[in-house]
Ligand binder design. Structure first.
Ligand SMILES: C[S@@+](CC[C@H](N)C(=O)[O-])C[C@H]1O[C@@H](n2cnc3c(N)ncnc32)[C@H](O)[C@@H]1O
Length: 300
């Protein structure tokens, strides 16, 4: 990148970088190169096409080179640019929080579908609905709940104060901070064992210790282990959450929990074992993988 025979244009920078990142193991070198160059240039990714033949200033190249170096060394793009889109909203991300994953959108869809049905049949005294997001991380689930379900009160819990700080900023970014209560706690242990919540949603840590060693280096070496690893089996955090949820979900409400397909059967069994819950159909993500287990609180 330093001694070009031809002048460095936006297009040439992209071509060179796609090849460089590809040879350094990036899974999506083209997208990565475009996102990083747009970030360095302070423009939208789409604007790069119109600027293809434009020459790249020394300042831009220096800034871009630094980002590309860190990407080639494994730092995820979202941490380099400081944000990631989720459910059509833009969220700040830092290395203190998990990078939002598209499959988690299935959990939002499941929540919105259920909550809208419940709201339609609720009497005035049953509103606003109460929703808690356990293990909120960057706050994506809490913010989506507050934003897309206006008649709700939302609680966002995380054990990590650093993650909660990011979640708070994301709530402010989307204008819903007044409707979310943030709580530093171990799962639901700080909540009284009373039926307060219509919906408990959670994307908890669910990776087993063995799977942790198999993760792509981008994830394993850069994302918070507290957000990923649950223990030997991968179901440890979810097992505690299911138990804690039983007395805290209102009759007719639900616990909706994200899982990996590998632990789907084990988590379904955890729910089946509790007579207070009926096991709902497990929701598949867009790739067809089992993704959200639904524990429906029986009315009596
Ligand atoms: C997989 S991340 C999910 C973050 C976010 N909800 C998302 O979907 O992107 C799990 C989150 O749970 C938090 N966490 C881990 N153990 C916890 C516990 N015992 N109590 C509360 N939060 C916990 C982590 O700090 C992390 O932010």
């Amino acid at each position: 990148m330093d001694t070009p025979s031809d002048p460095w244009t936006i297009g040439r920078l992209l071509t060179w970088t796609v090849e460089y990142l590809g040879s350094h193991g990036a899974e999506n070198p083209q997208l990565d190169a475009q996102v990083l160059l747009a970030h360095a240039r302070g423009c939208q990714r789409i604007e790069l096409y119109a600027a293809y033949t434009e020459s790249a200033s020394d300042e831009l190249r220096t800034k871009f080179r630094e980002l590309v170096k860190r990407r080639a060394a494994g730092t995820p793009v979202a941490y380099l640019v400081g944000h990631r889109e989720f459910y059509s909203l833009d969220f700040e991300v830092t290395p203190d929080v998990l990078i939002p994953r598209p499959e988690t959108e299935s959990l939002v869809v499941a929540l919105l579908d259920r909550a809208k049905l419940r709201k339609a049949s609720a009497s005035a005294g049953e509103l606003p609905m109460e929703i808690v997001d356990v293990g909120t991380g960057s706050g994506i689930l809490a913010v989506c709940a507050a934003k897309y379900l206006p008649e709700t009160r939302v609680t966002a819990i995380d054990i990590s104060p650093a993650a909660l700080a990011v979640a708070r900023r994301n709530a402010a970014r989307h204008g819903v901070e007044a409707r979310i209560q943030f709580l530093e706690a171990d799962l639901l242990s700080a909540e009284p064992a009373e039926p307060r919540f219509d919906y408990i949603v959670s994307n908890p840590p669910y990776i087993s210790s063995a799977e942790m060693t198999q993760l792509a280096p981008d994830v394993r070496d850069h994302e918070p282990h507290l957000a990923l690893c649950a223990g030997e089996a991968g179901t440890e955090v979810i097992a505690r959450l299911v138990e804690q949820a039983v007395p805290r979900v209102k009759p007719g409400g639900s616990l909706l929990v994200e899982i990996s397909p590998m632990i789907a059967a084990a988590v379904e069994e955890l729910v089946r074992k509790r007579p207070e819950f009926e096991l709902g159909p497990t929701v598949k993500d867009l790739a067809g993988h089992a993704r959200v287990v639904q524990a429906l609180r029986r009315s009596s």
